[in-house]
Design a binder for this molecule. Sequence first.
Ligand code: ZN
Length: 270
Amino acid sequence: MPELPEVEVSRLGISPHLLGRKVTLLQVRQRQLRWPIPPDTLQVEGEEILSVTRRAKYLLIETAPGWLILHLGMSGSLRVLPTSAPLQKHDHLDLCLDNGQCLRFNDPRRFGACLWQERGDEPHPLLKRLGPEPLTEAFDGSHLYKLSRRRKLAVKNFIMDNQIVVGVGNIYASESLFMAGIDPSKAAGRVSKSCYEKLALAIKQVLARAIEQGGTTLKDFTQADGNPGYFAQQLHVYGRAGQPCLRCEEPIKSLTLGQRNSYYCARCQR
Ligand SMILES: [Zn+2]
C-alpha cells in the first residue's frame, strides 16, 4: 500500500510534467473507485494547473476553480505518458494535457479516489480534522506529549491516528518506535516527554529517508511499465519476526495491535 513517502515521491515525479500545463480533458473510464468520481471534477477541463501539493496521503492538483483530490488507495499508481500510449488493464483515468501527454491513474483494487474541492468551500470532509504533517515544525515531541496525556491506547495506535499526526502508516510506526526504543503496546499516556521527543525525531528521519530512497525512482513515472512510486526500503523490525534484532540480536517479536501486525524487539524497546 502506498504510504506517505510513496505519495510524496509520486508528487515529485509527476509535478514537473503538470505544472503550468492546461488540462484539455478528464477522461474517466471507470467511475466506481472507492467513491464514484463526482461530475464536479470536470471543472478542471480548460484550466491551467497551478500547483501540485500533498496533504497527508492526498495529492491536490490546483486549478482556478478548485482542486482535484487524488488518493492512491491500496494499489493505485500514477504515470505521465503520451495520451496515445496503449491502455493497460485498470487504467481508470486520464488527465489529458495540452502537450499530448496525460497523467494516467491505474488502480487494480479500486480503493483509490478522485474527488473535488471547490475553491472557497469548506474543506472536503476527508481533509478536515487532519493532524500536522510529520515533516513540518508543527509536529514535534511536545505535540505528541500534550495530546497523549491520560490516553490509554497503545502508543503505536496513537501515532497512527491521522488526527494526531498524518501519514504514519503501519510500517513507519513500527520502525520509528524501534528507533526511539519504545514498546509499541505501551499506553500513550505513560510515555515520557523525552521519549516522545525521540519518537518525533525518529518519525521524521524514517519518513525523510524513505522519500530520499524513493527519489531514485523518479524517472519511472514516465515509463509505461513497472510500478512507479513503490520502492523497497531497508527495514529494521517490520516483517522480521523471529529474525535477530539488528541492534542486540534478540529475535524480533510480533503482536497484533489495532488489528495490525506490529514488530518490535523486547530487549531494545521498553
Ligand atoms: Zn534489540
